[in-house]
Design a protein around this ligand. Structure first.
Ligand SMILES: [Zn+2]
Length: 498
């Protein structure tokens, strides 16, 4: 009996149950609709009366907290510390770095009044914090002995967006932004690459989301940066998602904000700075990398609940089954397995199965009177849709089995996502081929590129595919530009993107 069959045969006691399974649009019908349905039904986020701004609900925020923990641990391990800077930036400060202003001006929100008085100088609500942090670094850095500065900030930022979608693009969003200052160009470059590798490690190990790491083209780089690097993931609909960026800012911001120090040779020099960030967008990436028609599938490392225990209510279950279920939950929690017990009497087991599947809990543990007689429990994996894959596991030594299964699920999700990406990546040699791929089944396209912004812009205009990045792996494969036919020194990855 499939889980859906259970749902039909054991009608829930609540009105919610009837609509439960049908409330999610199938991916194949409308992926974008599916995404919004999952966000809403899994109670990750909700719309608010503020245009383009979402409320992150507790279940969605719990995922964000786990993302924060996984990243913050890595930041600290690589010598970074945390600080906090103001939400507002004075207008004149923002204007100091010309490219930066030009890049962000169309997206900034202004504060013009405080109380009932017009402000003498308008304030910008930070779209990113290079300006205010650079200003502070100019006060804090005096000597080469003050370097490097390795600071990360967890914060909200505001970018006035016209078209928004929960987690993927919202006017206000949460992120971390690292800002570092160094003595030499080499050190700044090493930091930029260290963080990109850290992001890749986090995305692949914790989010089970394979990513391509590489350098952005000039037209896609951060406003004011010398070089931008990104990690790019492929979503379930074949569109790419920029999942994180790391920028080498050269001395651009140090010159604009006077971050100067006395060097070892006593000369006054400008510092070399970097900045890097990932945001709540990663939650959108997790949803679209792993989810299916039943809803969310969460990698165990970022699942608020890794196991849901569902007692089967037969006979005097509250005296027999429930205490055993509580013990199992306590055992698992002691071993660090995040476990919830759904003992609600007002919902049937079938309803609960569907509900927790929709919320993407990696493992379901069922326990009923018969299981207690046999001293076993029933486990069902969220990542496996075949109900015959249900596992009957002895209660003795249960916790280590579950810990091992969670590791298997984590790895299995990564492997599956990697296979999907490989199946949706094609190398093309002609422009006709590139156009045909973009019109057909979407995904990554690898092609030669001569390095000209004109070719890049024409490809974008004609196929909607943007140059995602020039990956480190394969960057030296010489060939010819897919657009103009001139010799190309390397390859680029193109895709339609979020
Ligand atoms: Zn070209």
């Amino acid at each position: 009996m499939t889980d859906q069959a259970v749902d039909k045969s054991e009608k829930g006691k609540s009105d919610k149950s009837d609509a439960l399974v049908t409330e999610i649009t199938p991916q194949s019908e409308d992926f974008s609709r599916w995404y919004l349905d999952v966000v809403r039904r899994a109670e990750l986020a909700d719309y608010t009366p503020v245009k383009g701004c979402m409320a992150i609900r507790p279940y969605g925020y719990a995922i964000w907290e786990l993302i924060q923990q996984g990243l913050d641990r890595r930041f600290k391990e690589t010598g970074h510390v945390t600080a906090y800077f103001p939400l507002f930036i004075p207008e004149k400060r923002l204007m100091r770095e010309a490219e930066h202003v030009e890049g962000f001006a169309p997206q900034v929100a202004w504060v013009t009044r405080g109380g009932d008085e017009d402000l003498e100088e308008r304030l910008v609500v930070r779209p990113t914090s290079e300006v205010i942090i650079g200003t502070m670094y100019s006060k804090w850095v005096k000597s080469w002995r003050d370097l490097p500065v390795l600071i990360n900030q967890w914060a909200n930022v505001v970018r006035w967006e016209k078209v928004t979608r929960p987690f993927l693009r919202t006017t206000e969003f949460l992120w971390q932004e690292g800002h570092t200052a160094h003595e030499t160009a080499d050190e700044a470059q090493a930091e930029t690459m260290r963080i990109l590798a850290l992001y890749k490690d986090f995305a692949e190990k914790d989010l089970a989301m394979p990513v391509i790491d590489g350098q952005k083209s000039d037209s896609e780089k951060f406003a004011g940066a010398s070089r931008t690097y990104s990690i790019e993931a492929l979503m379930g609909d074949g569109r790419a998602l920029q999942a994180g960026t790391s920028h080498n800012l050269g001395q651009n911001f140090a010159k604009a904000f006077e971050i100067q120090f006395q060097g070892r040779d006593k000369s006054v020099q400008h510092a070399w700075t970097t900045s890097w960030g990932v945001s709540t967008r990663l939650i959108g990436g997790v949803i679209m990398t792993h989810g299916d028609d039943s809803g969310l599938i969460l990698p165990p490392r970022v699942a608020p609940y890794q196991v849901v225990v569902v007692p089967i209510p037969r006979g005097n279950w509250q005296e027999t089954v429930l205490p055993r279920a509580r013990e199992i939950q306590a055992d698992l929690m002691r071993q660090g397995v995040r476990t919830t017990l759904d003992a609600r009497d007002e919902y049937t087991p079938g309803w609960k199965f569907a509900e927790w599947e929709l919320r993407g809990v990696p493992l379901r543990l069922e326990i009923g009177p018969k299981d207690i007689e046999k001293s076993q429990v029933v486990l069902a994996r969220r990542d496996v849709r075949d109900p015959r894959a249900k596992l009957f596991v002895p209660m003795d030594g249960l916790t280590p089995v579950i810990v091992r299964l969670l590791d298997e699920i984590q790895q299995g999700l990564y492997d599956r996502a990697l296979r999907f990406r490989e199946d949706h990546t094609q190398r093309v040699t002609s422009y006709e081929e590139l156009k045909a791929v973009m019109e057909g089944r979407p995904g990554f396209v690898i092609a030669g590129w001569c390095g000209s912004a004109k070719c890049e812009a024409e490809i974008k205009a004609e196929t909607q595919a943007t140059l995602r990045n020039i990956p480190f792996a394969g960057a030296n494969t010489a060939g010819s530009c897919v657009k103009c036919g001139k010799p190309s020194s390397g390859e680029a990855w193109f895709a339609k993107a979020y």
